[in-house]
Design a protein around this ligand. Structure first.
Ligand code: HEM
Length: 228
């Protein structure tokens, strides 16, 4: 494949990443705008509304959403090769912060998403499966870098990020199903979770197949041991 084609694909992937992050930010903003006033004034959401669960369980919900949003905004900086190479000390320090944010968000994706899903049991199952995959990927990425294996660190971090980004794809599927009245909003959630997140796991694997290694990245890095 020519250099120009590879570069065009890179640009498209980055554009998709920023678009999906923007989608997540819009929905996080809507959440805060809707739930915030009710939570602050201690008012319960009325009836069978979507926000009922967020307002009734603000700690579980926002310990998922807030760290998740910061993780998603910060991660592209870690994945951007030129920035990483120029600011390696920052990459390490910021990486620890983002890892913690991702783990907290993932734990509360399970803590909130499994018992309080809007779309029922199939959505809960998707949250359990992909939430665990997200946590395992982050943990294995950390273990790899502690052992000096940069290649595996990259692979697991890309897998984790692909799932995190899938959250934006879920909203797109909900928009298609509910917007075109193929399903009700409630019925849209479970298929949107399964479709959106599995598409992203596959996309992550395709990327890793196409780019098994970044140019010049050694199989084992000549890293000095990480000092805490
Ligand atoms: C790491 C980046 C993540 C961010 C920024 C994020 C953000 C959000 C936001 C903004 C909501 C509120 C949705 C809305 O009002 O439309 C939400 C809900 C939810 N998220 Fe995440 N999330 C992330 C990762 C994950 C992961 C990896 C999972 C596991 C599969 C997950 C599972 C859920 C579940 C189950 C809900 C509840 C949906 C419902 O209302 O029923 N999230 N997330």
């Amino acid at each position: 494949m020519g250099w120009a084609v590879a570069r065009a694909i890179d640009m498209l992937v980055w554009a998709a990443i920023f678009l999906l992050i923007a989608v997540v930010l819009v929905f996080a903003g809507i959440r805060v705008g809707t739930d915030g006033p009710l939570i602050v004034t201690g008012t319960a959401a009325e009836g069978d509304t979507f926000e009922l669960r967020y307002v009734a369980n603000p700690w579980l919900a926002y310990l998922h959403i807030v760290p998740g949003v910061f993780y998603l905004i910060g991660a592209p900086l870690q994945l951007w090769r030129r920035f990483r190479e120029r600011h390696f000390a920052f990459h390490r320090r910021f990486g620890r912060v983002l890892l913690t944010l991702g783990l907290v968000s993932g734990v509360f994706a399970l803590g909130f998403g499994v018992p309080f899903s809007y779309g029922g049991a199939w959505q809960s199952l998707a949250a359990a499966v992909f939430g665990s995959w997200f946590l395992v990927s982050l943990a294995l990425a950390y273990r790899a870098i502690r052992g000096g294996d940069v290649r595996m660190h990259r692979r697991w971090m890309i897998r984790a990020f692909a799932v995190g980004l899938g959250v934006g794809m879920i909203r797109i599927w909900v928009g298609i199903f509910a917007g075109f009245q193929i399903l009700s909003l409630e019925e849209s959630f479970a298929p949107a979770f399964w479709l959106g997140l599995s598409m992203h796991v596959v996309a992550g694997e395709l990327w890793l197949w196409w780019r098994p290694n970044e140019d010049g990245l050694p199989r084992r890095a000549a890293l000095e041991p990480v000092v805490e």
